[in-house]
Design a protein around this ligand. Structure first.
Ligand code: MLC
Ligand code: AMP
Length: 508
């Protein structure tokens, strides 16, 4: 059988000199390629020693660290399924993920061990380990006793590698099941398309619980045998200071906006860099232009999603075309992208419709949701992204909106239905609507409009305060208005477009 284990593909790309630096952290630690290989073997052997059934989920909610990345690689290596969780998630959110995914192993920070382990044991998980960003915790303590030799588990193209939860437009989050085949094919395509070359060094400043930081960035560097300069947290000054030692940077638009606010960002400071990539949210043309003026570099914008990893990209190679601001470029090699009208029929070039995609990168389906999976695919096997866009005569894809009710704030997805559900449960609330409005830093943020029950007294600040104890911080509405009624159409449906229009100037 052909080996499709993603770790095997990454391992095969490690440089000849295993003692060379693979990762350098902002706290001065240096990890060699040999360190990565040995540590992932030890953690993989720890997982093997637990005698887990094949396809076991390893759910992980820990702060960013090189060891957290190693845990990801070790899970792949051992042939289990990695399930990353945003560190901002609170107990109700974690309870749902653990209950839904039924992980065999949960790894959390020691600070959260009390409540996370309680939830995990209740859901039938047998093993809960801790891992902290300072290389402490029971996971590494246990792995220290394991052998540093481990044979990579053989995996087929269709075997699961990861489950990434992505919120649903209605109802609860869905776990997108990504296979080793999905990951390997996408990583290889991006390596060629973005011209990864010898000597490249990546500044890694994104969180590692979503597709962008965990897959696109890490696979890119490892598959090229490239060193990563590893930042525990995005810091615009530090990224700019590191540019003379690096060549590639990946970020969501907010990171570019924040760097542009730094006087140290100059053409000279960025002169060693080869490529700046943006994605996960729309990059404003102002940011694209300003970056070009300040640094002399043209940001390469690409488009993807948890269900599909990367779909389209502006060209790296000028011979293939210019990087056009406001567009997300061309379908990646091997990826099919088409635009369909509401009637499911093809629309003429340049006209707007729903974006549908197909390819070896497209996920296997939603975890334990066969009906939902079926709904999201067309009869001829194309995945409906929920994004609305057009493809122009030259083949460039532009995203103009979303048919899914989704707010993207600083690169994180906020599903209004979820937040509204929490608001509606607050005593005295009759109904609510969450809309996305423009924001200079986060691109877009959520604003809540709430109607009280007759005679009830509710206060916007109290609502926000209550939500803060229940939901991840990025989902908290930045403002909350209490009003008498919501605008509705003749069918009685709330007209969110009118609310958006009404509040679009809130943040200047
Ligand atoms: C933080 N806050 C946010 C927020 N991040 N609010 C809205 N949206 C966000 N994204 C709030 C906090 O709640 C807090 O509010 C205040 O801002 C400061 O918090 P912080 O933790 O200090 O913020 P900071 O560390 O500066 O984080 C901002 C950020 C971060 C932009 C660095 O959000 C980030 O790393 N975003 C990247 C997300 C990402 O990787 N997305 C990829 C998804 S993959 P208060 O009120 O408590 O003070 C994907 C597919 C694809 O989409 O195509 O790639
Ligand atoms: P997620 O479910 O977190 O993976 O988010 C995926 C969604 O992010 C996509 O469906 C798009 O709506 C959005 N997205 C990703 N990249 C871009 C981009 N470059 N421009 C606009 N939207 C993007």
């Amino acid at each position: 059988m052909k080996q499709y284990n993603l770790y095997a593909a990454l391992r095969a790309a490690f440089p000849h000199d295993l003692d060379a630096a693979a990762v350098e952290t902002d706290s001065g630690l240096v990890y060699s390629w040999r360190d990565l290989d040995r540590a992932t073997a030890m953690i993989a052997n720890l997982l093997v020693s637990l005698d887990l059934p094949p396809g076991s989920r390893i759910a992980v909610q820990v702060e960013k660290s090189v060891e957290a990345m190693m845990l990801y690689l070790a899970t792949l290596r051992a042939g289990h399924v990695f399930l990353p969780l945003n560190t901002a998630y609170q107990s109700a959110e974690i309870e749902y993920f653990i209950g839904n995914a039924e992980p065999a192993v949960v790894v959390c920070s020691s600070r959260n061990f009390g409540w996370v382990s309680k939830l995990a044991f209740k859901a039938g998980t047998h093993h809960v380990f801790t891992l902290d960003e300072d290389r402490t915790g029971s996971l590494l303590a246990r792995a220290a006793h394991c052998s540093d030799r481990h044979e990579i588990a053989p995996m087929g193209v269709d075997d699961l590698a990861c489950i990434v939860y992505t919120s649903g437009t209605t109802g609860r989050s869905k776990g997108a099941m990504l296979t080793h085949g999905n990951m390997v094919s996408n990583a290889q395509v991006l390596k060629d398309y973005w011209g990864w070359r010898q000597g490249d060094v990546l500044i890694h400043a994104l969180p590692i619980f979503h597709v962008h930081g965990l897959f696109v960035a890490i696979h890119g560097a490892l598959l090229n045998g490239s060193k990563m300069i590893w930042l525990g947290k995005f810091d615009p000054k530090l990224v700019i200071a590191k540019m003379p030692e690096a060549t590639v940077f990946m970020g969501v638009p907010t990171l570019y906006v924040r760097m542009l606010a730094e006087p140290t960002l100059t053409r000279r400071q960025a002169s060693h860099m080869r490529l700046f990539i943006s994605g996960s949210a729309p990059l404003l043309i102002e940011t694209f232009n300003e970056w070009q003026e300040r640094t002399g570099h043209t940001i390469l914008e690409r488009y993807g999603m948890s269900e599909t990893i990367m779909l389209t990209s502006n060209p790296y190679d000028p011979e293939q075309g210019a990087r056009r601001g406001g567009t997300v470029g061309f379908p990646l090699p091997g990826v099919g992208v088409r635009v369909r009208g509401d009637d499911g029929q093809a629309v003429p070039a340049g006209e707007i419709g729903g974006i549908q995609v197909k390819g070896p990168n497209v996920f296997k389906g939603y975890w334990r949701m066969p009906d939902k999976t079926k709904e999201e695919f067309t009869a001829d096997g194309w995945f409906r992204t929920g994004d609305v866009g057009r493809i122009d005569q030259d083949g460039y894809v532009t995203i103009v909106g979303r048919s899914k009710d989704l707010i993207i704030s600083g690169g994180y997805n906020v599903y209004p239905a979820e937040v509204e559900g929490y608001i509606n449960e607050i005593p005295g609330v009759a109904e609510s609507a969450l809309v996305g409005v423009p924001h200079p830093d986060f691109g877009e943020v959520g604003v809540a409009v709430v109607i009280p029950k007759p005679g009830a007294r509710i206060d916007g600040e109290q609502i926000v305060a209550r939500l803060k104890s229940q939901l991840a911080n990025f989902k908290i509405p930045k403002r909350c208005f209490v009003v008498d009624e919501l605008p509705r159409n003749t069918m009685g449906k709330v007209q969110k477009n009118l609310l958006r229009e009404q509040h679009k100037q809130l943040f200047g």
